[in-house]
Design a binder for this molecule. Sequence first.
Ligand SMILES: NC(=O)c1ccc[n+]([C@@H]2O[C@H](COP(=O)([O-])OP(=O)(O)OC[C@H]3O[C@@H](n4cnc5c(N)ncnc54)[C@H](O)[C@@H]3O)[C@@H](O)[C@H]2O)c1
Length: 252
Amino acid sequence: MQLEDKRAIITGGAGGIGRATALAFAAEGAKVAVVDLDAAGADAVAGEITADGGEAIALQADVSVEIDIVRVVETTVDTFGGVDVVFNNAGIIVRSTAIDLTAEEWDRVFAVNVRSVFLMCKHVVPVMAADGGGSIVNTGSGWGLTGGANALSYCASKGAVVNMTRALAIDHGPQGIRVNSVNPGDTNTDMLRDEARQLGEDPSTFLADAADRPLGRMGEPGEIAAAVVWLASDASSYVTGTALVVDGGGIA
Ligand SMILES: NC(=O)c1ccc[n+]([C@@H]2O[C@H](COP(=O)([O-])OP(=O)(O)OC[C@H]3O[C@@H](n4cnc5c(N)ncnc54)[C@H](O)[C@@H]3O)[C@@H](O)[C@H]2O)c1
């Protein structure tokens, strides 16, 4: 098993990519703290893991709030004895240009997508460093590398995640901590359906358009999870600071 006895935190663990990754981590032997704003959703995912004989806890938290992050790290250490892996995956999107976006929307997107990554690293890096190291995977996006239409704050936030990942890798490599970003293209989750709603488009047309790429289809959450398992595991032991694109080709 690729993650035997690793102790992992997954934010946004109730959502499409987060849930798939929590299940994949558990299947590879990890103990998983499933963190989400959605308490019932986090409970359900942790319940799926424990029903299958794995170890998991559910933690309700807003990843943009520092006291929530401190509680998540402390509870995970108290429960599992440490933290070896973090998947910073919680994220939101607002589909607006600069003209239509409000300053409050800009701030919220940056709080959830960027501030959260800083806060988690601030509080988990000392724990990992004291234990000899670990692996942090941050969630960027193809649009964090290329930009995209009608999503100014999202593209800016994901670009920030990609570059802060490089800076974190430089700062904390000497402590044995690897930091990488996974950058999905369109993936079959509620986020895409939410985007269709925001743009006033028919969800099925929107999802069909998402298939317009070399592999001829959008991604499934398990396909992003497989890449995260690799970045989390010792199989990627010499990989840090990288932006791994998982998008069916053609976007980034
Ligand atoms: N689906 C895609 O096409 C796609 C493409 C590129 C990148 N991504 C990124 O992948 C990540 C996961 O997205 P997804 O597609 O699974 O979306 P999703 O909407 O299915 O899941 C997101 C999860 O994050 C949680 N969340 C939101 N705000 C939170 C907060 N403040 N605190 C704690 N949890 C919070 C939500 O409750 C939800 O469970 C996001 O960072 C997203 O930007 C997704």
